[in-house]
Ligand binder design. Sequence first.
Ligand SMILES: C[S@@+](CC[C@H](N)C(=O)[O-])C[C@H]1O[C@@H](n2cnc3c(N)ncnc32)[C@H](O)[C@@H]1O
Length: 235
Amino acid sequence: MSILVKYLTPHLRKPSTGFWGYFTRMLLKVNARLEQETFMKLEVHPSDNVLEVGFGYGYALSYALETTLRAGTGKLYGVDHSVTVCDAVKKMLNQDIESKKVEIFNADVANIPIGDNEIDKVIHLHCFYFWPDMPAALTELKRVMKPGALMVTGLNMKSVAKAKQMGFFQSGHCEPDQYLDAMKTAGYSDVRKESVHHESLNAELLFMFARKPQSNNCDDELSSQESDITGNSES
Ligand SMILES: C[S@@+](CC[C@H](N)C(=O)[O-])C[C@H]1O[C@@H](n2cnc3c(N)ncnc32)[C@H](O)[C@@H]1O
């Protein structure tokens, strides 16, 4: 294993301080445009509650505020398990945090301190392959999403290919198709992917989409269909 892979991998998974932490921060700057492109795919409405998981140095959070949410009624939530990035982003967005427009949680994706059915849109980039328990993470995200809410996952496939070539991801699960299957197994609907060649970034971007179903189980759907027919809304 190269020195780069050995020292950088823990910081990509959970950025911290020191030389390799600083190096990671510089490296993640290249993702700023991808964060913006992925955010645009969410088609956020000013009244939406938006959650970003694994926000790193907060490029998508800033973009969300500047373009849509600061002037709207919606709220922005960020969840990241790194204390270092949470501190950096809290400093950067302190006015929005004071005005209660933004909440930043230092937490794991599998244990999000947000109530059930609160979020309209979820975004994450270059993050899911670090989740130690994918089914638990996807179930938890679905819990906080409103019925019908949309989740968009962004990846720069050129960066993923380069990282694999350099020896990163030896123990991780970075295959998009595995992730799409995991979302279907976790009960998401409308699961699909979209590849885009981005000319000015010279990048192959992959966006993956999934929704929380309107109804969590078939029984609910059946009983609502039955009450439509009988006109009786009591069970
Ligand atoms: C490679 S960085 C990507 C940061 C940013 N999304 C970007 O594209 O530049 C991965 C981020 O996900 C966070 N992360 C990884 N695993 C996580 C988990 N289980 N729960 C919460 N955050 C996690 C890391 O702390 C880090 O900020």
